[in-house]
Structure formats: structure tokens, C-alpha cells
Ligand binder design. Structure first.
Ligand SMILES: Cc1cc2nc3c(=O)[nH]c(=O)nc-3n(C[C@H](O)[C@H](O)[C@H](O)COP(=O)(O)O)c2cc1C
Length: 180
């Protein structure tokens, strides 16, 4: 039975999660840029970094895809904001709805992980984007901000890493139960 982990990662947090998941499950991990053939796969695990709400590479990989009988899809997002916050979860789900057709999204098992950010390593474009966002968000008091915006304000300009490989456990559990 073929299985695949596909990741969309700009700065490495999602790739590190994907590689760890691969090491722990024996499922190969490849970048979405390799455009792997999904048809022979029994299980597809898509992991992507969150960028302004969108999941990197997700639409390109799955927007025009329909699951075949018996195929299983896992979607794993990696972002800076706390995925335990229900408002953040709602926002991530809304962005998934913008990227994937409803039938496909309804069939997917969704998980959220936390990554990190290192401002000195950001591209000029991303740094400019974050600066503009930070300047506009700063105008409202912290207690009135959403968890997403609070995370951005609190980590602005810094190097932070919330990566927690232990958070892969529930995903591994689900994958193993699919494999039985
Ligand atoms: C331009 C930009 C936009 C981002 N937008 C979001 C976002 O909407 N929600 C979020 O939780 N994190 C956001 N982040 C943080 C990234 O999701 C986080 O850095 C993640 O670990 C990146 O994954 P990667 O290292 O695999 O590329 C953003 C980061 C940048 C640079």
C-alpha cells in the first residue's frame, strides 16, 4: 500500500515536522514542488505552513483532485498562532475552505501544529508584509486582538520556535489506525 507525506515549507518548520513524521511512520516525505502522483496512494498526508491564512502549496496540490474510493486524506497546518485557540482553528478552517472544494475538505482529517519564525531569515517581501501587518495591528490594544494577531505582535522581530514533535502523536495514532 502506498502512502505519502507532501509538505509545503518556506523556512523549514513544516519540513522538519514532515521529516519527523516520515521517520516515525516509514512513509516517504516529499515537497509539493515535486508534484507527486497521488492516484496510487492509499493515504495522502498534506502538511503546509500557514501564510496569511493560506496553506503553502495546498491549492496547487489538491484543488483539482478528488479522492478515489478508499483513499484517505490528512491535512496538517503549521502556523505561528496557538492552534488550541478555537477562533484560530475557525480562521484556519475558513482559509482551507477558500483553498479546497467542499467535498474534499469534508473527507479530510485536519490537524494543526505550531511552527516558529526567525525574522532575520525572512525574505524581503515577507519581512515587509509582516512589518505592515504589525504596524496596523499595533493600533488596537493587545487584549482586543485575536490569538493569531496577538502571536504576531508578541513575536514580531524575534526568533521563536514553538515546534513540538510530541504534537505529532495524535496524527501518528490516526495514521496507524488507517493502516490496520
Ligand atoms: C508572511 C507570513 C505570513 C504568515 N501568516 C501566518 C498566518 O496567517 N497564521 C499563522 O498562524 N502563522 C502565519 N505565519 C507564520 C508561519 O506559518 C510560521 O512561520 C511557520 O512555521 C512557517 O512554516 P515553514 O517554516 O515550514 O515555512 C506567517 C509567516 C509569514 C512570514
Amino acid at each position: 500500500m502506498e502512502r505519502i507525506i507532501i509538505y509545503g515549507s518556506q523556512y523549514g518548520s513544516t519540513r522538519r515536522y514532515a521529516e519527523k513524521l516520515s521517520a516515525q511512520t516509514g512513509i516517504p516525505a516529499v515537497s509539493y514542488k515535486q508534484a507527486p502522483n497521488l492516484s496510487p496512494m492509499k493515504t495522502i498526508i498534506y502538511m503546509g505552513g500557514l501564510y496569511a491564512g493560506g496553506v503553502l502549496g495546498l491549492a496547487k496540490t489538491l484543488r483539482n483532485y478528488s479522492l478515489q474510493d478508499g483513499q484517505k486524506l490528512f491535512l496538517v497546518t503549521v502556523g505561528l498562532a496557538d492552534p488550541k485557540d478555537s477562533e484560530n482553528q475557525g480562521n484556519i478552517y475558513a482559509s482551507l475552505q477558500r483553498q479546497l472544494p467542499p467535498e474534499l475538505l469534508a473527507q479530510a482529517k485536519i490537524f494543526h501544529l505550531r511552527g516558529g519564525i526567525h525574522y532575520q531569515k525572512l525574505s524581503f517581501g515577507h519581512r515587509t508584509m509582516m512589518k505592515l501587518l504589525y504596524q496596523s495591528l499595533r493600533k488596537a490594544p493587545l487584549e482586543k486582538q485575536t490569538a493569531e494577531n496577538r502571536a504576531l505582535i508578541e513575536t514580531y522581530g524575534k526568533q521563536v520556535d514553538f515546534t513540538d514533535f510530541g504534537a505529532l502523536e495524535p496524527i501518528i495514532g490516526e495514521i496507524q489506525s488507517e493502516m490496520l
